[in-house]
Design a protein around this ligand. Structure first.
Ligand code: MG
Length: 403
């Protein structure tokens, strides 16, 4: 680790790397505001995100396991905190801007529906089926990355002079990590030369945005192993078929003979996380050096992501992800809940479409009646959605001990 450590010390001595985003060079906010006396622009973005309503709701939103299934599983909130922790650690060593990385990481999942991907898929399907809204300037369907941007740009309403949180371009760019060409063109038509442009021009986002993207993947692979075993849906023996897990479990046992149970699982995951984080930092630094990237403009113009795993670690991470898909995300017990969760979202959508007054919202109407409904449902926590579903349909679909 000595080369990385030396890089970290050098960065600490000289400040940020030349290719880091710097607040004083930010492309700024949509609405001009006086600067805060003691906080830089990215710190202020992070603070606005932490104080937002959507951020507080993350604590009751599903990551993989439905929120009420256990108190120890990750929620969107604890997932976001783990992403921020991993991204900040790597940012510090790479000389990237930690405050920006933290802001992006904490905001990256703000647009998620209740019930994780099951909720998003269901909402997307019912929105796409609304032919009458084909001309909706928000586009067709529902997509959580776009919704995260919509939350920070429009849906949060706590400032006197503007809708949204009025975040900097750099934070918003990181929040919109994926975008279809069609949606990018639509965003550009509404606001030219903004965060949609890179998906049309095929330029890269900042290194800070790239780093958060990878930290997200590292975090969920690791914590889904932990939650998967904790839930009993997968077991540690089964996981030995995944080379990345087997390698670190073996190393943990060599270093601590007799280690077993939760401690062995935790030590294995810790070692795997460490290996992945060092792999990313080393490989990214060497890619930056090889590309001759010196400024943020160089990073963007490079076009391809410079933050990444080595090919070997990429393959190992993909194998783990495939294992989790086959054995956890598609586990019959998870699928059973997923089916119910989808139905809750579909039923809610139809109930509000038939009677919009059933929505308890003071938000101004969105671009179309169904977009208003999608915003309302997407903002719900799991438990609020379940309660609303019971109120509107008379059905108790999940056996809940909700207070
Ligand atoms: Mg995430």
């Amino acid at each position: 680790m000595s080369d990385l450590f030396a890089a970290s010390v050098a960065t600490a001595a000289t400040g940020l790397a030349a290719y880091a985003c710097q607040p004083h060079l930010s492309r700024g906010r949509r609405f001009i505001e006086p600067e805060a006396p003691t906080r830089n622009l990215f710190q202020r973005d992070r603070d606005r995100i932490v104080h937002s309503t959507a951020f507080r709701r993350l604590v009751y939103k599903t990551q993989v396991f439905l929120n009420h299934e256990g108190d120890l599983f990750r929620t969107r909130l604890t997932h976001s905190l783990e992403v921020a922790q991993l991204a900040r650690s790597m940012a510090r060593t790479l000389g990237l801007h930690e405050d920006l990385v933290e802001a992006i990481a904490l905001a990256h999942d703000l647009g998620h529906t209740p019930f994780g991907h099951a909720g998003q898929d269901a909402l997307n399907e019912v929105m796409r089926a609304q032919r009458a809204d084909a001309a909706d300037p928000e586009g067709a369907g529902f997509e959580h990355n776009l919704q995260s941007l919509r939350v920070v740009d429009t849906l949060e309403r706590c400032y006197p002079d503007f809708d949204g949180l009025n975040l900097t371009f750099e934070t918003r760019e990181g929040v919109l990590k994926h975008c279809s060409l069609r949606n990018a063109q639509r965003l550009e038509a509404l606001r030219p030369n903004d965060v949609g442009a890179r998906f049309i021009e095929k330029t890269a986002p900042s290194l800070e945005a790239q780093l958060c993207n990878l930290a997200d993947e590292i975090a969920y692979n690791a914590h889904d192993v932990d939650d998967g075993v904790r839930s009993g849906l997968i077991d540690f023996e089964q996981l030995q078929a995944v080379p990345l897990i087997a390698e670190h479990a073996e190393a943990a046992c060599r270093a601590h003979p007799g280690l077993s149970g939760r401690r062995l699982l935790a030590e294995t995951i810790r070692r795997m996380l460490t290996a992945q984080v060092y792999d990313v930092m080393r490989h990214t630094q060497s890619q930056i050096n090889a590309a001759g990237v010196e400024t943020v403009a160089d990073v963007r113009a490079h076009g391809r992501d410079l933050v990444g795993f080595t090919p070997d670690m990429r393959a190992a991470s993909t194998a783990l992800k495939q294992f989790l898909f086959a054995n956890l995300y598609r586990h019959p017990q998870v699928s059973e809940k997923t089916t119910i969760a989808r139905q809750v979202v579909v039923d809610l959508f139809h109930a509000y479409r038939d009677d919009p007054r059933a929505m308890d919202t003071t938000a101004p109407a969105a671009s179309s009646p169904t977009r208003t409904i999608a915003d309302y449902i997407a903002g719900m926590t799991d438990r609020f959605a379940i309660r609303e579903h019971a109120r509107l349909t008379g059905q108790q679909v999940f056996e809940l001990a909700l207070s």
